[in-house]
Design a protein around this ligand. Sequence first.
Ligand code: FE2
Length: 180
Amino acid sequence: MNSNDYFTDITVKSDKLFDYLFFLPKDNIPWIEHFGFDAFYLDPLWIQQDKALSIVNDLYPIKQIGLLKVNPNSVYDWHKDFYRLSSLNMLISYDHISHCLFGEHRSIEESIKPDGGAFMIDIVELKYKPATFYLFNTRKYHCVINFEQPRYMFSLYFNEEIEYNLLKQTLSPILPPILP
Ligand SMILES: [Fe+2]
């Protein structure tokens, strides 16, 4: 598996938004349910105020930004987002262990389950770095495994849905150079 098919970091770091979300007291937030997550819509003014987000927005306009929460000792099960083609995510929680995995069923004969699926899944992990946004291919299978603390993540919707590989091309001015 080539991680670039699943996620890509952007080279411009978040400044004000990461700091705001990191220190935001999260206990009294009025969370709403959003595809199994607890979600909180953020003020769109942050799009202009954060250095990285404002550059992303200039290259490909953003519709809505929010904070997502996964409760402690939970797994957000393997899925593809049926409601969006791609996203831009940033992890806020660094006080405990959580994993974001992308996976592909291994298609060897021995691993086929009676229902036709495969027992074994090849995985690649998105190891989030602080204050770093990642283009996220939501149309590939992914899951989240979260341990003993709430896990907070920034995410967004673009004005118009865009397929991950097209998003990579559109945001190429702020992506790492492709190694030969
Ligand atoms: Fe998802």
